[in-house]
Design a protein around this ligand. Structure first.
Ligand code: NAD
Length: 445
């Protein structure tokens, strides 16, 4: 756990200075931080052990969300994401939420579902009864597949039987609910599914079909809520109470329209995925679970909603399934993933899940507030301008100068960035006067 997650002016200091500050707050050695993040934290030789046909590795920016307080604890939250403004937006919104007491989060026990499909079952109702009557025997077989997990307090917990399709198909699907403790659990659960399947088929009088986990892990949900005082939501042009109205409108739009809900949820996943990736977890699994859960009513819906609460306060809540691990998978071997868990200082997978969901809720607040006030482009393009400046060849201090010029000119294009770069590099006497010189005093004269 970090001593604080508030670092005013963090964005203005150098990368080395940031590492020193974060090391100080989390107890991590800044040299360890630097080492773990060199070349994206993964060398080609290690990468070759992860996946197949490796040629090298692919780097992504590793930043930290600040101001995050969940259940009264401060966290410095690692985020890996290529999109400008995601980390800044999450940090800004977390600061507003902090003013209302921070995120209040709870998580279900880490239950994953092993699915075993049985086909060619004759009397499905009778077969289901026989399976449920043999529950204790079947859970014991499941436990035998994961002795290490059982030793750590996890293991098979419940058995459910579902009939799918019509009688002619004779399809039964058995769910074994497995408590995966601090593992994401896919391999564990797949092992359980394969181990129990033959006995299930024997009892049901059918044949074994598929045996695999479900990524719709709706028994492993996280719920987070927060309160934000109107005063911190105000902008230059709108008072806080009007911003609350705008955000509630945005929420209602997403609740009523799947086209809007998809984009609303994308903004949430900006935060959730970035934390998931930074901690070495399987973001495809989290994505699949989140979207399936969002569609559980039959209509795709927003994962987070916002309402006005008494005393000019905005209240937000998010609920989504979260299959994150703090052990297993590639976590052990990826130095940057290990560093992330160290910086977070989380005790278990459930705690990590509450943080990822909180960052998702913060990302959503940032997006709906921007949409309800200035529009998304203003802040987003200002940050995007930095990437455009880099793409034009700007280095070091030039990046900020070029970005500022093209933002001021309201022309965030590669051509404009190249022109701005020329202005910063070539003395005025050696070139034609540029339009940028009328907008920004680049030479500080
Ligand atoms: P894993 O296979 O590494 O299993 C976890 C291991 O950690 C077990 O051996 C367990 O005994 C041990 N362990 C140590 N301490 C533990 C603790 N406190 N709590 C729980 N277990 C503890 O990993 P996994 O989590 O079973 O599987 C995750 C991997 O599976 C991910 O890499 C994921 O990408 C992959 N995967 C995903 C899918 C899917 O989502 N559809 C399918 C297949 C594989």
């Amino acid at each position: 756990m970090a001593t604080t997650s508030r670092f005013p002016g963090f964005y203005k200091i150098s990368v080395d200075e940031r590492r020193a500050l974060i090391g100080n707050a989390t107890g991590a050695d800044p040299h360890d931080i630097a080492r773990a993040l060199e070349a994206g934290g993964l060398d080609a030789e290690t990468a070759d052990k992860f996946v197949e046909n490796v040629l090298g590795t692919y780097g992504l920016p590793y930043g930290v969300a600040l101001n995050v307080r969940v259940n009264g604890r401060d966290y410095v939250v690692p985020m890996v994401v290529e999109e400008p403004s995601v980390v800044a937006a999450a940090s800004n919104a977390a600061k507003m939420i902090r003013e209302g007491g921070g995120f209040i989060a709870e998580s279900d026990p880490p239950l994953m579902v092993a699915q075993v499909q049985l086909v060619g079952v004759g009397d499905r109702r009778a077969a289901a009864e026989r399976l449920l009557a043999a529950k204790n025997e079947l859970l014991a077989i499941a436990d035998a597949a994961v002795p290490g997990l059982v030793e750590r307090g996890g293991g098979a917990r419940e058995l459910e039987v579902r009939s799918l399709g019509d009688d002619d198909e004779g399809m039964l699907v058995v769910h074994v609910l497995v408590d995966c403790r601090d593992a994401m659990g896919a391999n564990l659960v797949n092992g359980v599914a394969e181990r129990v399947a033959p006995r299930l088929a024997e009892i049901a009088g059918g044949r074994v079909g598929l045996r695999i986990l479900s990524n719709l892990c709706d028994r492993r949900c996280v719920r987070v809520h927060c309160y934000v005082p109107a005063s911190v939501l105000a902008t230059d042009d709108m008072n806080g109470s009007a911003v609350i109205d705008g955000i509630v409108n945005a929420s209602r739009f997403a609740e009523l329209d799947p086209y809007r809900a998809a984009t609303h949820n994308k903004g949430i996943m900006n935060g959730v995925d970035a934390v998931t990736i930074a901690t070495g977890n399987d973001w495809r699994a989290v994505e699949a679970g989140a979207h399936a859960f969002a569609a559980r009513s039959g209509r795709y819906a927003p994962l987070a909603t916002w309402r006005r609460a008494p005393n000019d306060v905005l209240a937000g809540r998010i609920e989504l399934p979260m299959s994150l691990g703090t052990v297993g998978g590639t976590l052990r071997v990826h130095p940057a993933a290990r560093l992330s868990l160290r910086l977070l200082g989380v005790g278990n997978a459930q705690e990590l899940a509450t943080i990822a969901a909180s960052v998702g809720l913060a990302s959503n607040l940032a997006a709906v507030r921007a949409l309800a006030t200035d529009g998304i482009q203003r802040g987003h393009m200002a940050l995007h301008a930095r990437s455009v400046a880099v793409a034009a060849g700007a280095v070091g201090d030039e990046v900020e100068r070029v970005a500022t010029m093209i933002v001021e000119a309201r022309d965030i294009t590669l051509d404009a960035a190249r022109e701005a770069l020329t202005v910063t590099r070539v003395p005025r006497s050696d070139r034609e006067v540029s339009r940028f010189e009328r907008l920004v005093d680049v030479d500080g004269e």
